[in-house]
Design a protein around this ligand. Structure first.
Ligand SMILES: [Zn+2]
Length: 227
């Protein structure tokens, strides 16, 4: 009598290897996620952990004191190799250690340009998950998210308008805090030659820096308007 063939059910061994595969996939995904989070600048620096943290908060306080003395804004520095500054839906003014290090090297007015610009976003409720100063177009092109192309295009146009508005307000806040329009212009020019500019496109969330420079050059000093 021929031996009956063993039924081809997944035995405990198969089950275990299936489970291991799931665990492996899970671990791989977790690894990728942690990797991305790290790359996206999710590691918040502890007190005195990162370079320039004190100067970042001092600059925020100076802009706030001369413009919105009743408000408190909190400087957050993230350990990140990308040059970014961004705001979220609160009074946190965020920057990557990489960008902050460059700004500290350039001087006080450069730091103030970024704090003023980011506070302008907060005051105008331009909430953005991560408004990058430098890598905007590359982030956006990867963001396939729930938005249709048309909706994303609309969102990007609004974001570009917000950037121009934040630039104008930043100049005003800086002048109130004792800086000059030229300080902000110097910062934009420095950014143009030192950070990656967003390629002009319907989905770019930032206008080309050259356009931002032109707009600010045309802007009358707010201090002289008051006279
Ligand atoms: Zn901005």
């Amino acid at each position: 009598m021929p031996k009956q063939r063993k039924p081809n059910f997944p035995g405990p061994r198969n089950f275990n290897s299936g489970l291991s595969l799931h665990v492996l996939i899970f671990l791989a995904l977790l690894f990728v996620q942690v990797g991305c989070a790290k790359q996206m600048g999710q590691h918040l620096c502890a007190v005195d952990e990162c370079f320039g943290q004190d100067m970042w908060q001092e600059s925020i306080d100076r802009i706030a004191t001369h413009n919105f003395p009743e408000e408190q804004y909190y400087g957050k520095v993230y350990s990140d190799q990308l040059s970014n500054a961004w705001t979220t839906n609160d009074n946190n003014v965020n920057i990557s250690e990489d960008l902050l290090t460059k700004l500290v090297y350039m001087g006080d007015a450069y730091i103030a340009s970024v704090t003023a610009h980011e506070i302008a976003h907060i005051r105008s409720h331009h909430y953005s998950r991560k408004a990058s100063l430098s890598h905007v177009s590359s982030f956006d092109s990867q963001d396939t998210g729930p938005f249709s192309y048309r909706a994303r295009k609309h969102k990007a146009r609004l974001s570009r308008q917000n950037e121009l508005e934040a630039d104008q307000l930043a100049v005003q806040y800086m002048e109130n805090a004792g800086y000059k329009k030229e300080d902000y212009l110097n910062f934009l020019k420095w950014m143009k030659s030192n950070l990656k500019d967003a390629a002009p496109s319907d989905l770019a969330t930032h206008p080309p820096i050259q356009l931002r420079i032109k707009r600010i050059e045309k802007l009358q000093p707010f201090a002289s308007e008051k006279e």
